[in-house]
Design a protein around this ligand. Sequence first.
Ligand SMILES: [Zn+2]
Length: 223
Amino acid sequence: MRKKLGIVVLMAALAGIIFLSQTAGERLYEQVSGKADAGNLVVIDSGHGGKDPGKVGVNGVNEADVNLKIAQKLKKILEAQGVTVIMTREDEGSLAGSKSEDMQKRVSIINEKKPALAVSVHQNSYSSEEVHGAQVFYYTNSAEGGKAARIMQEALLDVDGDNKRKEKANDTYYMLKRTDVPVIIVECGFLSNRAEADLLVTEEYQDRLAEAIAKGILEYMGK
Ligand SMILES: [Zn+2]
């Protein structure tokens, strides 16, 4: 009787050990594979859309359309390099009816997917027409964001070697403040500058921008 009980206890203990080691193993596997996936993932956020055109260029172009064109080209280049890409928007529409809800949804996508990097594509505008050149923004309190922004600002010299702009820290932009992974905002150029606005609507310049941004992303990811 006592011997049988001993065997039962032994069997139960063995089952317990097997169960524990399996779950520990699975947990480890999940951690490793989860990390590997997130490490290869980039979220591309094409700014504005729907009723929100963003900035309107001196040549009449809407920022939202230029952003989407560059974002789509960027997605193709990155995917060809084996990077997994999630777009916050794939077409002209916005993510929600109101601007604040739209921004919340973009932020939720980034926080849920936890990419290695999120890149928000925008075009700039300023009151004086002579101002031009691409500029990258990052969250003041994010060392990784700062690193990504430095790499990206340099990569953008491929498009315009005379661009003297430097990456800039910011602690007020909603997307930078509310996200918990490295996020950079790439302002590709000024739609208020005639020459730059006219370049930004051409396929050729959009291609060059997408190539430069992809180069910056790949370098940041260590690829
Ligand atoms: Zn914008």
